[in-house]
Design a protein around this ligand. Structure first.
Ligand code: PMP
Length: 393
């Protein structure tokens, strides 16, 4: 039997990362594949205590439906996170969602008709590409260098394509490239979006995970007309299992997200929201984030240092100032999917880069995550990977 599925299902494929993550559950695998935070840093004991307190103090409220917009004390706490990235926001500018991934899906639903154009960095986040694909757009990849999207190319594309409906960007420690946009480009993209009447979806899970270098405000900071929709999340600064993120936008756009949230799942989990709000009120989240930065900085240093020593000449990689990923470019004749199979045979996993390009190509690239494995495994894994690369070269 074959059911009559919608046309959009033709565009929806299993995420390569999710498939890989299934394989990497085996304990012998050294995985640089997912974007998983370090589990040993999750505040398990604190959350245990908080869970009991929430149920003791406000049990019936915690287990009840709540407003679609989100739990008010959490929205207040989220405005403080927005302040950290240079955005003054009011709790009414915030909608709590079930992870920022949901905000990507909603953005597609709100802004895209079939055949509309999404502009993204090249490469871009695979999860966003897959979420947008459900709404049957075309993608144009905007050329990108170490300072972010190249604004002259963006302008040219906007000039020549009147169906651009979304510019999707990850300006801080980008997934997958680890790159961070310069201040000039953050300002310029807003000017261009104003001129061509397009929304910017700014996806920012990693902005607070800066290890070094100068703080740069979010693109939303430069927004003059309410055309930047900012997506934030507790996944990378706290715990992804709680599935809590947020949309920060001006009222006109935010109201659309609220409507769509109602249709999707009514609201984010009341009890999760109360737990996170309590953690933020009673514990020191800044100290927690600082701990993450310290551990991830050390792991990045070790991974990049080992790559410099072990990878053969001709292999290029980024040295990110924060976030969770480094991006590797192999000589053109080497296919990273073949390398991935070879590495997996030696119990090392990573994500081949091809799927981060919505229009394909670039099969000589791959992404490495350094937040999830301990120091010893990072060194062993990179050495095994270097050996596999050398064999292919
Ligand atoms: N955007 C980017 C760029 C990401 O890397 C991720 C997670 N890997 C997400 C969105 C989704 O995160 P979450 O739904 O856990 O907030």
């Amino acid at each position: 039997m074959s059911l009559n599925y919608s046309k959009r299902m033709n565009n929806i494929k299993a995420s390569e990362i999710r498939e890989l993550l299934k394989l990497t559950q085996k304990p012998e695998i050294i995985s640089f594949a997912g974007g998983l935070p370090a589990p040993e840093l999750f505040p398990v004991e604190e959350m245990k205590k908080i869970s009991v307190e929430v149920l003791d103090e406000q049990g019936t409220k915690a287990l009840q439906y709540g407003p679609t917009e989100g739990y008010e004390p959490l929205r207040v706490e989220i405005t403080k996170r927005m302040e950290k990235v240079g955005v003054k926001a009011d709790p009414n500018d915030i909608l709590v969602i079930s992870g920022s991934q949901q905000g990507l899906d909603f953005s597609g639903k709100i802004f895209l008709n079939e055949g509309d154009i999404v502009l993204c960095e090249s490469p871009s986040y695979l999860g966003a590409i897959n979420a947008f694909k459900a709404y049957e757009p075309k993608f144009i990849e905007v050329p990108t260098d170490e300072h972010g999207m190249i604004m002259e190319d963006l302008e040219e594309i906007l000039k020549n394509n009147d169906r651009v409906r979304i510019i999707y960007v990850i300006p801080d420690f980008q997934n997958p490239s680890g790159r961070t946009w310069s201040e000039d480009r953050r300002k310029r993209i807003v000017e261009l979006a104003n001129e061509y009447n397009v929304v910017i979806i700014e996806d920012n899970p990693y902005g607070e995970l800066r290890f070094e270098g100068e703080f740069l405000p979010a693109v939303k900071h430069y927004d003059t007309e309410g055309r930047v929709v900012f997506l934030g999340t507790f996944s990378k600064i706290f715990c992804p299992g709680l599935r809590l993120g947020w949309v920060c936008a001006d009222s006109e756009a935010l109201n659309k997200y609220i409507l769509v949230k109602q249709g999707a799942d009514l609201q984010a989990s009341t009890i999760s929201q109360m737990q996170v709000a309590k953690f933020l009120e009673e514990y020191d989240i800044e100290a927690h984030i600082e701990k993450l930065r310290t551990v991830y900085r050390k792991r990045r240093d070790l991974m990049i240092g080992t790559m410099k020593e072990e990878f053969p000449e001709g292999v290029k990689f980024t040295n990110p100032e924060g976030g969770l990923f480094t991006w590797v470019v192999l000589p053109e004749h080497i296919n990273a999917r073949v390398l991935a199979e070879k590495a997996l045979a030696n119990n090392v996993a990573f994500v081949p880069g091809g799927s981060f390009f919505p229009n394909g190509g670039n099969e000589n690239t791959f992404r490495l995550n350094y937040s999830n494995m301990d120091e010893e495994k990072i060194v062993i894994g990179i050495k095994r990977l270097a050996k596999a690369i050398k064999e292919m070269m």
